[in-house]
Design a binder for this molecule. Structure first.
Ligand code: AMP
Ligand code: MG
Length: 359
């Protein structure tokens, strides 16, 4: 039982690297630095500027507000109200409706690889209640009849409903939405620079005090327990980076490992040949043209592309029209980087991976 894996950061914001070694440069001392434990995640906010303290605590309040609204395990949340309504309409906030519609869009464009209605299947594997088990095929087949965004209805202005038997789980998208909201809070407070780390969801806001980009380490999926086990590094400024990986939460039974990202086509943990997917996109400081924004997009796509596998993920990157880049880590020991971030990606020579750039 490896429940604690959820608390391990998939992306780490690092102090500057000097030369080719790992010797840290001057530590960047944020004006306000807080740790928040919420959404099953250790979150770290490092915020600069005159209003850094106000912004940090406003961000914490926002995390707690959104957790109370969107958590599937909080009986008082609007998501729980939808899940418990037995097919009846429920009055929900416009914010929840927008997020449901965004989830519907990402489901559609990824051919159903991203699907918030996977919830009953996630529960059957025990990931929701920490009661891990391998469900039988008959059970999965029955549950899968309730999976699919056609069972989620969010078309009206103030209410939504789920078909009977359908349940939703926003775990694959909620933290991305939280980072979009935090970006708004940073903007409102005139924060010049910050790093916001929600486990696998990082927002690199502005640049470092010395004018260089933030350095974000991508956890090596093969060495998740090692704080300095990285598959590579990204130098980022005004960007979101979101990682999905099977290593972030899993259990083992009879020598086989089962992780938390489910392929809606099979009801089984996705077995696509990828061990992690990192999606990187710009964070527009003047706002992302409305919420949900790029953080939400990165989160939905990292989950979906992990399910889809290397070939389909790269095809999606080339043809979808969405503006993002990728770092894929494969089970056969390769790190594949798309060309848009090739110049800001650095390999970890000690990792043993081979590195490829694709266009
Ligand atoms: P992430 O870490 O963002 O990739 O999200 C993984 C979480 O999303 C899981 O722990 C589940 O709660 C949920 N989930 C699992 N499989 C899927 C899927 N195919 N589509 C959407 N959400 C999923
Ligand atoms: Mg996700």
């Amino acid at each position: 039982m490896r429940r604690l894996m959820a608390l391990v950061a998939a992306l780490a914001v690092l102090a500057g690297l000097t030369g080719c070694g790992m010797e840290p440069a001057d530590p960047d001392t944020a004006q306000e630095s807080i740790q928040v434990i919420a959404m099953d995640t250790v979150m770290i906010f490092k915020i600069y500027g005159e209003k850094s303290t106000h912004a940090a605590y406003a961000a914490e309040d926002e995390v707690r507000r959104l957790e109370a609204l969107l958590s599937r395990t909080d009986a008082g949340s609007q998501v729980s109200a939808l899940n418990d309504a037995g097919g009846q309409p429920v009055t929900v906030d416009g914010e929840v409706l927008r997020l449901l519609n965004a989830a519907g869009l990402y489901s559609e464009v990824t051919g159903g690889a991203f699907d918030i209605s996977i919830a009953p299947v996630v529960s059957a594997w025990g990931f929701t209640e920490d009661a891990y088990r391998v469900p039988g095929q008959t059970e999965l087949d029955e549950l899968l009849t309730h999976v699919g965004m056609e069972h989620v209805h969010a078309e009206t202005a103030d209410s939504a409903w789920l078909d009977e038997g359908t349940r939703i789980d926003l775990g694959g998208i909620a933290k991305g939405y939280v980072t979009d909201r935090i970006a708004e809070i940073l903007e409102e407070n005139g924060v010049p620079r910050a790093t916001v780390s929600l486990g696998g969801n990082v927002l690199a806001w502005g640049d470092r005090p010395d004018g260089t980009p933030w350095l974000v380490g991508i956890q090596d999926p093969a060495r998740p327990d090692m704080a300095d086990g990285f598959a590579g590094y990204l130098s980022l400024k005004d960007a979101f980076a979101v990682t999905s990986g099977g290593y972030q939460r899993y259990f083992e039974e009879n020598g086989k490992r089962y992780h938390h990202i489910i392929d809606p086509a099979t009801g089984y943990p996705a077995d696509s040949g990828l061990t992690s997917v990192t999606v990187v996109a710009d964070c527009d400081r003047e706002g992302n043209g409305g919420l949900p924004g790029q953080g939400t997009m990165c989160d939905a796509l990292s989950t979906a592309l992990f399910v889809m596998g290397e070939e389909k993920a790269l095809e999606f990157w080339r043809t979808s029209g969405y503006d993002f880049d990728l770092v894929l880590v494969t089970a056969d020991g390769r790190v594949v980087v798309t060309e848009g971030i090739a110049d800001v990606f650095a390999p970890d020579e000690a990792s043993g991976y081979s590195y490829e750039t694709v266009s």
